[in-house]
Design a protein around this ligand. Structure first.
Ligand SMILES: Cc1ncc(COP(=O)(O)O)c(C=O)c1O
Length: 424
């Protein structure tokens, strides 16, 4: 049976070009970056070259990148590290209500240590209102942490405006860019970002590597103490092979981001349009599908794209409902539907039997069987949130995969609705 992977937001396969770049660092180039001999120096050089590549992709300086093991670790370091280094100024932190669990749980833990957390509401598309950030900031506020793009519904937050407000108010601004780094343009200076989280395994790199951008001069405490690696902010022998892979993945994203965004946006829009037309009562969660604004793309002009990648219907051919609302605010590869009357988990299992790997929401919360906090935050009722399906496309998604989903999904939804206890 053919297998179609549509869960790229959970994790991505490693690009073969990345694997190739990593291989020597498992064998002949195995040195410890702290060793003075040539093996160590070779590893150290690879580490610093990787740092430069990752820094470049967000327009940061070399000394502003700290390598960690995951976005979860980067987010923990950002929140707890800022909290403990700045508690003499104040103990108030602002986050949004749709953050990833690693921000939500870190904030809850800080609450237990005596910090105060404000959780901002979002609109029906999952957008944070910048003015709400302004109103939430007090003289004791030390940090605002609002994600760049949501992992469940793909909403791209107004980061630049929020960053500007934080800068005016003299409050550190952190953004979790695990889902957006390598997919849309990021400029930490233009966007007034002080701390930014990334993750290698969301962008065709290996698991076990990630980075936290920390603007020069930021007051932050380490969480892991030891030999003083990563400017004393993250002690532990450096995972050079994984970091080299992360950097190679970043290099590829930098080169191919524009072409990939355009291609995925077209496939995404075709899939959304097809499902909304074919499945009665289906609902798209998050911002409407629309063409991505040019400013979010990097790389060569569209005319440099191979013809095959430029094909597909123009944005003007989309139904009006799909073009209205908050255009430009959805990740190019994200789709999230609700199918009232069925359980998302049953749908995911049925699709898996037919060779389609999808998800009900975030991979981290899929075992909890609770309705998604993101879908509840955008106003869905628990029964609507239970019937959700996330399809996330990626580098190896083909048009024929989209066609297969459009053939199979309506039948599965129909069958599940027929046997649904909600129907009875
Ligand atoms: C927005 C966001 N933040 C953080 C994480 C955690 O990433 P990692 O698996 O690298 O810890 C994820 C993973 O799903 C994510 O989507």
């Amino acid at each position: 049976m053919k297998k179609i992977y549509l869960d790229y937001a959970a994790t991505t396969p490693i690009d073969p070009r990345v694997t190739k770049a990593m291989l020597p660092y498992f064998s002949e180039k195995f040195g410890n970056t702290m060793s003075l001999h040539s093996f160590g120096q070779e590893a150290k050089q690879a580490l610093e070259e990787s740092r430069e590549v990752v820094a470049n992709l967000m327009k940061a300086k070399l000394n502003e990148i700290i390598f960690t093991s995951s976005a979860t670790e980067s987010n923990n370091l950002a929140l707890k590290g800022i909290a403990f280094a700045n508690e003499n100024k104040g103990r108030h932190i602002v986050i949004s209500s749709i953050e990833h669990p690693c921000i939500i749980e870190s904030a809850k833990w800080l609450e237990k240590q005596g910090f105060e957390i404000t959780r901002l509401k979002v609109d029906k598309y999952g957008l944070v209102e910048p003015d709400d950030v302004r109103k939430a900031i007090r003289k004791e506020t030390i940090l605002v942490s609002i994600m760049h793009a949501n992992n469940e519904i793909g909403t791209i937050e107004p980061i630049e405006e929020i960053g500007k407000i934080c800068k005016e108010k003299g409050v550190y601004f952190h953004t979790d860019a695990a889902q957006s780094f390598g997919k849309i343009l990021i400029d930490v200076n233009k966007m007034n970002i002080d701390l930014l989280t990334t993750s290698s395994h969301k962008m065709y790199g290996p698991k076990g590597a990630a980075a936290l951008f920390i603007r020069e001069g930021t007051k932050i405490e380490p969480l892991i103490h030891g030999g003083g690696h990563e400017s004393g902010l993250r002690s532990s022998t450096v995972n050079v092979a994984a970091i080299v892979g992360f950097a190679e993945a970043a290099r590829i994203c930098q080169r191919e981001m524009k072409i990939e965004s355009e291609r995925l946006t077209k496939l995404r829009n075709k899939l959304i349009k097809g499902v909304l037309q074919k499945i009665k009562g289906s609902h798209l969660n998050g911002p409407p599908a629309s063409a991505m604004p040019k400013a979010l793309w990097a790389g060569p002009p569209a005319s440099a794209m191979p013809k095959a990648l430029r094909a597909g219907p123009p944005a003007s051919a989309m139904p009006k409902a799909l073009r209205a609302g908050h255009p430009k605010k959805r990740l190019p590869n994200n789709i999230n539907f609700s199918f009232p009357g069925i359980e998302g988990e049953s749908l995911v299992m049925q699709l898996d039997l037919l060779g389609i790997a999808a998800s009900t929401g975030s991979a981290c919360s899929s075992e909890k069987l609770e309705p998604s906090h993101v879908l509840l935050a955008i106003g869905l009722k628990p029964e609507q949130a239970h019937g959700s399906l996330r399809l996330s496309l990626g580098r190896w998604t083909k048009e024929k995969d989209v066609d297969y989903v459009l053939e199979v999904l309506p039948k599965v939804v129909k069958r599940l609705r027929e046997i649904s206890p909600f129907k009875r």
